[in-house]
Design a protein around this ligand. Structure first.
Ligand code: NAP
Ligand code: MG
Length: 502
């Protein structure tokens, strides 16, 4: 990471004027003026504080490589201060009635929606994803998580009848860069609804919306220390999960780091939930509505540049329609508009970081070297920034790396099957188990398949649909624990007594 020492005092805000020096045209959704602080501090105990390390790092716009802001790098002492602030706040927060906690959460949700455009712009700039996705998916869904969980805050006794649900204490939460605000909402909303307090560590390359969310907390009058946000790198995350003051760790990210975290909490009385990687199978049967399936498959892999843990990255097509379906896909892919993420007509934005682009290139190179056939529609990619064209490999078998490893980019691997039994076998032949998709006209077949697929979420004749009320999470190397729905709330309470299983 690029670190900067706190030598020069940088104050004020950096102005982004659309259509001006930043060349962001047309103005997204009527916003023509936008400010980002030149320097972002840590949010601890309800205040913005300078890091004790004295160090800052840059976060960039992946579409232009321009530095958006310098962000505080939290070290061990900062982590400790944040956990202590959360411990102090826990005393009062847990005593509030559920109804009062709900009021705060409803207020946060409402303010988020009022500031939706600003959050959408900021997320798109810091992450590289298209404005139509941040505007229509990320921000509204983040608000929905606060609304939904506000609804549980005063109904915990109904949710866990006779089991005296109690909050756990301070929760340490570490999140990735692919849905920065949404992941923050997924983690913070249920934790607060259940009466816990939080220390959140956003990803190093996309910290800006989690920091701006702290402004919303202030605006909503959330008591100081109930949520603390500390920015930094992997070391900051590691220091947080090791801190003895935590009652729970909730992590979303790579399987590799998930395993490290599991080792870090081993032997301690700390609850743990892990949401990790995926390599979802997307099944298309010959009787499916093929044109609709094409749309689903395109959405399944190219949404958010394929930086989606549950992306439908392994397409399994029934052999009888393979050629026809691949031909339809090629034609549809040629119509994907790649470019300026701030343009509301853009379908696919920038790859999130240089490191992620290098990983995508490495795996695509491996696919080509192993004899798989690559298709990329012609598209002019900008010179500056990190870009990759939508890509599809045919002639892939289960032994290829591109069929086994998570690419986390806009790359589809196409395989074939003949019978439903073979489809299930191939779909489950992976170390992961997060999601899967099925396209067929036969309801009975959907039920038969869904029962046999080892995946936390199975979508039928749709893909990448999310709702705060439905639990999300994986099996095998995709992690454990659920987020969303009743099951998600279970991860944030301690149950005492009662006859019902937890
Ligand atoms: P990552 O490298 O695992 O990072 C995730 C977070 O952990 C970041 O905040 C990271 O900080 C931090 N971190 C790094 N090393 C750490 C350590 N030793 N201890 C504690 N925290 C540490 O993953 P990523 O590259 O950001 O995200 C991509 C991965 O996340 C993919 O594999 C994807 O499938 C998975 N993902 C899963 C879900 C899900 O719900 N299952 C959702 C989204 C993403 P830095 O940013 O500084 O590295
Ligand atoms: Mg960034």
């Amino acid at each position: 990471m690029a670190k900067t020492k706190n030598e020069t005092k940088v104050d004020g805000e950096r102005e982004l004027t659309f259509g001006g020096v930043w060349n962001y045209a047309p103005s997204p959704e009527g916003i023509d003026h936008f400010t980002i602080p030149k320097r972002c501090e840590l949010f601890v105990g309800g205040e913005w504080i300078k890091p004790k390390t004295g160090e800052y790092f840059a976060t960039v716009d992946p579409a232009t490589e321009a530095v958006l802001s310098e962000v505080a790098l939290a070290g061990d002492k900062d982590v400790d201060a944040a956990v202590k602030a959360a411990q102090k706040a826990f005393v009062g927060w847990r005593k509030l009635s559920g109804e009062d906690r709900a009021r705060y959460l409803f207020r946060i949700a409402r303010i988020l929606l009022e500031r939706q455009r600003e959050f959408a712009c900021l997320e798109t700039l810091d992450n590289g994803k298209p404005i139509k996705e941040t505007r229509d998916v990320d921000i509204p869904l983040a608000a929905q998580h606060f609304f939904y969980h506000a609804g549980w805050a005063d109904k915990l006794e109904l949710l866990f009848p006779g089991q005296s649900p109690e909050p756990l204490g301070v929760v340490g939460q570490v999140i990735p860069w692919n849905f920065p605000l949404l992941m923050a909402a997924w983690k913070i909303a249920p934790a607060l609804a259940a009466g816990n307090t939080v220390v959140l560590k956003p990803a190093e390359t996309s910290p800006l919306t989690a920091l701006r969310l702290c402004e919303v907390f202030q605006q909503a009058g959330l008591p100081p220390g109930v949520v603390n946000v500390i920015t930094g790198d992997g070391k900051t995350g590691a220091a947080l999960v090791r801190h003895p003051g935590l009652a729970k760790v909730a992590f979303t990210g790579s399987t590799e780091v998930g395993k490290e975290i599991q080792r870090a909490v081993a032997g301690r009385s700390v609850e743990l939930t892990l949401e990790l990687g995926g390599k979802a199978a997307h099944l298309v049967f010959e009787d499916a509505a093929l044109d609709q399936a094409v749309e689903g498959v395109v959405r399944g892999i190219f949404f958010n540049q394929g930086h989606v843990c549950c992306a439908g990255s392994r397409l399994l097509v029934q052999e009888s329609v393979h050629e026809l379906f691949v031909d339809k896909l090629r034609r549809r892919m040629a119509r994907i508009r790649v470019g300026n993420p701030m343009d509301k007509n853009t379908d696919m934005g920038a790859i999130h970081s240089a490191a992620q682009l290098a990983r995508i290139r490495e795996l695509v190179g491996d696919g080509q070297a192993s004899g798989c056939e690559l298709y990329q529609p012609k598209c002019e990619l900008p010179k500056k920034g990190y870009w990759f064209a939508p890509s599809m490999f045919t002639g892939v078998t289960m032994s290829h790396r591109i069929a086994r490893e998570e690419i986390f980019g806009p790359v589809l691997s196409v395989l074939t099957f003949r019978t439903p039994e073979e489809a299930v076998e191939k779909a489950n032949n992976t170390a992961y188990g997060l999601s899967a998709g099925i396209w067929t006209d036969k309801g009975a077949r959907i039920l038969w398949l869904a029962e046999r697929m080892k995946a936390g979420v199975v979508w039928n004749n749709t893909f990448n649909r999310f709702d705060a009320a439905s639990p999300f999470g994986g099996f095998k190397e995709s992690g454990f624990g659920r987020e969303g729905g009743r099951q998600g709330m279970r991860g944030y309470v301690r149950l005492q007594g009662g006859l019902l299983p937890g």
